[in-house]
Design a protein around this ligand. Structure first.
Ligand SMILES: *[C@@H]1O[C@H](CO)[C@@H](O)[C@H](O)[C@H]1NC(C)=O
Ligand SMILES: *[C@@H]1O[C@H](CO)[C@@H](O)[C@H](O)[C@H]1NC(C)=O
Ligand SMILES: *[C@@H]1O[C@H](CO)[C@@H](O)[C@H](O)[C@H]1NC(C)=O
Ligand SMILES: *[C@@H]1O[C@H](CO)[C@@H](O)[C@H](O)[C@H]1NC(C)=O
Ligand SMILES: *[C@@H]1O[C@H](CO)[C@@H](O)[C@H](O)[C@H]1NC(C)=O
Ligand SMILES: *[C@@H]1O[C@H](CO)[C@@H](O)[C@H](O)[C@H]1NC(C)=O
Ligand SMILES: *[C@@H]1O[C@H](CO)[C@@H](O)[C@H](O)[C@H]1NC(C)=O
Ligand SMILES: *[C@@H]1O[C@H](CO)[C@@H](O)[C@H](O)[C@H]1NC(C)=O
Ligand SMILES: *[C@@H]1O[C@H](CO)[C@@H](O)[C@H](O)[C@H]1NC(C)=O
Ligand SMILES: *[C@@H]1O[C@H](CO)[C@@H](O)[C@H](O)[C@H]1NC(C)=O
Length: 396
């Protein structure tokens, strides 16, 4: 009894820390510890840094159950990209396992395959116009499984964002049967099925979107948080070039034949507000309570935030929409992201903190969030990075 009491007392006095991993274009992957004090304040301290995913870390995929972190190097200044794996240590440091050369430009990855069976990681390659797959062999070891490269029937005559296919993200549907890859250059969301044993991908009919949409990132949603073929399932796509969020009802075709999409909502990512010129939305996430969609808006300073030293910080924004049972979305809030170009953000599992990676401000900002109202609030902590921030993930 006395022992338990002593532990309890210690627990209350010592602050609790949560780790985050942040990548930036200087070549670093940095571990941060976010520590909550009893008086409600937070400190965000860097605890570890590695350059083993250099030169251009663009994306982090965490496999918390197995204590692994996969880092994609986009290879902005080299002919190829790379996939690096790390084991996550108890203190938040990372031990490098492997770095393998890939097709250029990987910017997003997702682990797929049976939870207890053979698994693989699929990568979306933006500049390489490709999707690749690497079989995971335990402990962070992996080997090449497949490379699929895409082209346009009519390639662009002038270099622009739609002169070629640009695979921008890899996500799974709620039943884990399909891999979806928004293609910013081709105005498609590519849909793949896969063989359960070999994990080889096979392309099915894609979702075709309006010309100029520029599909970037997407999420699935079901009002009851369930996953099944006959459930009412919805899909929300961010069009970076058109600055839109488009909702679709998803129908599962029989016999693993793919997905059929019916558009239900289409709006600027600013909802009913006037959208700033040149807005380029990036990330989209469903909140852990399954009630809201959050989207980051880049490339226009919607807010000017006063800094403690009297200077002004130009800040882009976060949009929140409320999800309705029928799949429609309703505008809820516009709020500063705490810097310029929020390329990526991650919500903690309680839904009460949002970690935002502001690419051009070279920072990570932790925003408080009211779970009951769904409103994002003031920053509680902030840290600077050496290079432009690309990705931030919670280790929980
Ligand atoms: C809150 O607690 C932290 C850590 O003990 C301390 O550094 C900070 O000054 C406190 N802040 C306030 C407003 O009391
Ligand atoms: C964070 O770092 C500062 C400066 O190095 C140090 O004073 C402080 O104790 C650290 N806080 C925690 C919670 O580790
Ligand atoms: C990983 O591989 C890439 C691509 O070959 C290479 O450019 C990079 O230097 C390698 N990184 C490390 C840390 O070995
Ligand atoms: C590296 O890039 C070259 C040129 O795009 C490509 O042909 C090659 O397959 C890539 N290497 C790997 C291992 O993917
Ligand atoms: C997809 O849904 C539409 C209705 O939105 C329907 O007309 C079409 O036949 C469906 N396609 C397939 C392949 O089932
Ligand atoms: C989505 O569609 C519903 C139903 O038509 C509409 O009430 C709602 O305003 C739309 N949302 C946006 C953000 O346009
Ligand atoms: C969606 O709305 C935007 C304007 O916000 C418009 O430019 C675009 O064409 C619409 N897309 C579709 C598929 O209706
Ligand atoms: C942001 O948008 C406003 C309104 O469309 C426009 O006047 C302004 O030039 C834009 N600023 C930047 C930095 O793009
Ligand atoms: C940023 O906005 C400006 C117009 O305000 C536009 O010319 C530029 O292409 C935009 N940049 C990106 C990366 O979207
Ligand atoms: C990095 O951020 C600076 C502003 O701090 C911006 O001018 C530059 O375009 C960014 N580059 C990349 C590759 O993100």
């Amino acid at each position: 009894m006395g022992f338990s009491l002593k532990l309890l007392t210690l627990g209350a006095a010592a602050a609790s820390a949560t780790n985050l991993f942040v990548s930036d274009y200087s070549g670093a992957v940095t571990s941060f510890a976010l520590t909550a004090s009893n008086n409600g304040t937070y400190t965000l301290n860097d605890t570890f840094s590695t350059n083993e995913c250099a030169p251009s870390p663009s994306w982090l995929t965490i496999d918390s159950n197995r204590g692994l972190l996969f880092c994609l190097n986009e290879g902005l200044t080299t002919p190829n990209g790379s996939l690096s794996s790390f084991t996550i240590e108890r203190d938040g440091s990372l031990t490098h396992v492997k770095n393998a050369t890939t097709i250029t430009g990987p910017v997003s990855g997702v682990v797929y395959g049976a939870a207890a069976g053979q698994r693989a990681i699929a990568l979306a390659h933006y500049s390489g116009s490709a999707v690749s797959s690497y079989l995971l062999n335990g402990g962070g070891k992996f080997g090449l499984n497949q490379q699929l490269t895409f082209s346009l029937s009519e390639p662009g005559a002038v270099p622009d964002r739609q002169d070629a296919p640009h695979e921008h993200e890899a996500i799974l549907d709620p039943t884990d049967q399909y891999l979806l890859v928004p293609d910013l250059g081709a105005d498609l969301v590519r849909v793949f099925t896969y063989d359960d044993d070999t994990l080889k991908l096979k392309e099915l009919s894609p979702l075709e979107v309006a010309p100029g949409t520029g599909p970037r990132h997407a999420v699935f949603w079901n009002a009851y948080g369930v996953a099944c073929e006959s459930c009412l399932t919805y899909f929300y796509l961010v069009g970076e070039l058109a600055s839109t969020v488009t909702g679709f009802a998803v129908e599962y075709l029989p016999n693993g034949g793919g997905l059929n999409f019916t558009q239900i909502n289409n709006s600027s990512t600013y909802g009913l507000l006037n959208q700033p010129e040149g807005n380029a939305p990036a990330e989209i996430q469903v909140t852990p309570d399954n009630r809201f969609l959050i989207i980051s808006n880049r490339n226009n300073t919607s807010f000017n935030l006063p800094e403690p030293d009297g200077s002004i910080l130009a800040s882009d924004s976060m949009s929140t929409f409320k999800l309705q049972t029928d799949g429609s979305i309703v505008w809820h809030q516009l709020w500063p992201s705490g810097g310029s170009y929020p390329r990526m953000f991650s919500i903690d599992k309680t839904g009460s903190l949002v970690a935002v990676g502001n690419q051009n401000s070279q920072n990570v900002v932790i925003l408080k969030r009211d779970v009951a109202t769904g409103l994002i609030g003031e920053p509680v902590a902030r840290a600077g990075l050496v290079g432009n921030t690309t990705c931030v993930v919670w280790d929980e």
